[in-house]
Write a protein that binds this ligand. Structure first.
Ligand code: MG
Length: 522
């Protein structure tokens, strides 16, 4: 165990950015077939030769969306591979316009799982989006942008980039009929009939379900409780939480992430799906932007040059209390090697019996306690900033995959500490005025590690101001400029950016999504 912790600490201090496949298994050497071949995002339209050239860790060419190919809303995109920390670019991206049709009722077969049809990707997604609105009597369309940042292999990121939007479409299909009726609150129970359609005996033998149906019908008529009626149960039975349409979309996104994660877990039995990945998704549906984040990518809106953060990062530091509480409740998850308490540094044997600073899951501040032998174990959460790790292994605490990731040379699984659930924030885009220079920037941590929100906002605002406002390629050029500013240029002692700071050695992927289009399309 001592050796194991020493080697874990060595890699911690060595500044390794993430766990990699050689050290943590879970992919390398698998005899199973790949679920999907490795590649770069479909919308880049790269040839196999170009994919190979893109993996040049020395030249680090910045790939951009070709002028001939277009994403919805003239979205811009650019990416670059890392400086050698993994042989492949473990970032992945996906952008689609999806149509969600209501599931046929009555004759539908139970195993009919073909959810929404993919309506369009390339080229001219925008034009199709317009046409979709015309036949929207049948359903709804949503726009989808996603970034995935893989670790310990590219498998999970590739699979998630190919499949997550289908899970989202399937879950939205469940609620599409409700969403298309914004005037009505979502019914608590689907398939409820208006009260006057019920058979006579329902009025005499109220089941809990038909009671709710009554409530529903009564509240729709604006007469909840119907005080004078002798057959009406007391009002307290009618208490029902009102659920918004918006939260149905949030729930659909959350459950889609859960299904994607368990699909990866199951398919690992028959396919080689290496590693895990973070996921940042943006969905535009019925006038609103939904930003779902599980991991350390980031989304910010830049409006009139000002930054509006629309996501939060999930890291060992930001999720320390959740992780510590889990370990406190289920200590066997730590094996015999870790303690759920946090200390500012490792406790030394000679310090047992002395008072030292610590904090538990109940604390955001620090306090002193007398050290015991138990406190000599390695802390569950250890390290600061980009070097913070859970179980000395992983620097991100939410995402998809990682089902077989273990602490180096042990039988301690990391997965129980990782959450696959995104935090979803909602931005009412159609209600806000935006001009052509207002954008939503999505970036993997490779961008945000070296550039602050403010630096990104200034760079983008300045770049767009100097572009022809009618040039639809301007958002891709702005994305290329951002990736360049984060990667820097190669000097004798490595990649350097402005003020001689170190450039990002990580994979960097950036979308720049103009927001004025959201005002027109709903
Ligand atoms: Mg990264």
């Amino acid at each position: 165990m001592l050796t194991r912790v020493k080697s874990a600490v060595a890699s911690l201090m060595g500044g390794m950015m993430t766990a990699d496949a050689e050290h943590f298994g879970g992919g390398g050497g698998s005899d199973l077939p790949l679920r999907f071949p490795y590649g770069r995002p479909e919308f880049l339209g790269l040839s196999p030769d170009e994919v190979e050239c893109s993996a040049d860790h020395v030249a680090r060419p910045i790939l951009i969306l070709k002028e001939s190919s277009r994403l919805p809303w003239a979205t811009g995109y650019a990416e670059v591979i890392n400086a050698g920390k993994s042989s492949l670019n473990e970032d992945q991206a996906c952008c689609e316009v999806m149509a969600v049709k209501p599931r046929p009722t009555g004759s539908a077969t139970p195993n009919q799982t073909s959810a929404a049809r993919r309506r369009s990707s390339l080229p001219n997604g925008e034009g199709l989006g317009l046409r979709d609105n015309l036949d929207s009597s049948e359903g709804v369309t949503f726009h989808y942008w996603a970034l995935f940042d893989g670790h310990a292999g590219s498998g999970a990121a590739v699979v998630a980039s190919r499949l997550l939007h289908h899970h989202i479409a399937r879950h939205l299909q469940e609620v599409v009929d409700v969403l298309r009726n914004p005037a009505l609150l979502p019914p608590t129970c689907l398939g409820e009939e208006p009260v006057n359609n019920h058979h006579h005996h329902h009025h005499h033998h109220l089941t809990p379900t038909s009671q709710r149906a009554l409530t529903r019908a009564a509240s729709l008529r604006g007469a909840a409780g119907a005080p004078g009626s002798p057959s009406t149960p007391p009002v307290r039975f009618f208490t029902e939480k009102k659920v918004s349409h918006e939260s149905l979309v949030v729930g659909a996104i959350e459950n889609a992430f859960k299904d994607m994660d368990s699909q990866i877990g199951k398919e690992k039995m028959i396919y080689n799906i290496s590693g895990g990945c973070t996921a940042l998704v943006v969905i535009f549906l019925l006038g609103k932007l939904y930003v779902g984040n599980a991991g350390d990518s980031r989304a910010v809106i830049i409006r009139a040059g000002e930054v509006i953060p629309v996501s939060r990062e999930f890291t060992p530091e930001s999720e320390r209390q959740r992780l510590q509480f889990l370990a406190y409740m289920q200590p066997y998850l730590l094996g015999n090697d870790f303690t759920h308490l946090e200390f500012p540094r490792r406790v030394q044997r000679k310090e047992v019996g002395k008072k030292m600073l610590y904090r538990d899951f109940t604390m955001s501040g620090w306090a002193y306690k007398t050290m015991e032998n138990e406190d000599l174990k390695f802390p569950l959460v250890f390290g600061e900033g980009k070097k913070a790790r859970v179980l000395a292994t992983i620097g991100v605490t939410r995402g998809l995959g990682d089902h077989d990731l273990k602490v180096h040379d042990s039988n301690i699984y990391i997965k129980p500490f990782l959450s696959c659930f995104p935090e979803v924030k909602v931005y009412p885009l159609a209600q806000c005025d935006h001009d052509a220079d207002d954008v939503l920037v999505l970036g993997t941590d490779g961008l945000w590690d070296v550039l602050s929100n403010q630096e990104v906002a200034e760079a983008v605002t300045c770049f767009l101001a100097n572009c022809d406002p009618d040039d639809q390629h301007r958002y891709t050029m702005a994305a290329q400029d951002l990736v360049m500013r984060a990667r820097g240029v190669l000097r004798d002692r490595g990649w350097r950016i402005s003020d001689d700071r170190l450039g990002s050695g990580d994979d960097i992927s950036v979308y720049i999504i103009p927001l004025m289009h959201g005002n027109r399309e709903t």
